[in-house]
Design a binder for this molecule. Sequence first.
Ligand code: GTP
Ligand code: MG
Length: 175
Amino acid sequence: MSSDDDEGGEEYLFKIVIIGDSAVGKSNLLSRYARNEFNAHSKATIGVEFQTQNMDIDGKDVKAQIWDTAGQERFRAVTSAYYRGAVGALVVYDISRRSTFESVARWLDELKIHSDTTVARMLVGNKCDLESIRAVSVEEGRALAEKEGLFFMETSALDSTNVKTAFEMVIRDIY
Ligand code: GTP
Ligand code: MG
């Protein structure tokens, strides 16, 4: 987090990271939030990408720099650099693939190891539009979040459900 004076107005910059297994929809959550775009055929992320999103909170100009990296180990950015300075995190799983939910504990461990600065964490069950092939119940998601002290939300990058709300809850909590 940094704060400085900019012609009398205050400006805040927050780094937020998105983590979770490959293909859970991390990149699409970010593109839906930042550009209102969804890609049904998106390729796996290689390395790291980020988007800066401006928000007005109580008259303050807040910039969230949201980082997205690969879920696949071999495509990932240098782990310590990815987490450095992050004050918020979205830990994402896919409600239609149980294995991605089971990986959450591992992602939380990694987050704990690499970021002592993280204040706001949210567990995100993405692809809630896939109700017909749901493999993780809402209750299970909520229970895990409660146990670990995270916010919880189910989202859909496809139909936009809760995407803005999820990011903005994390940003507001940091602020
Ligand atoms: P990596 O970069 O490999 O870590 O994957 P990722 O987590 O960034 O996943 P990505 O955003 O590339 O999405 C993977 C696939 O899931 C793509 O085919 C998306 O179109 C699809 N997808 C993403 N979000 C949703 C969603 O909310 N609903 C549905 N039905 N599909 C989604
Ligand atoms: Mg990606």
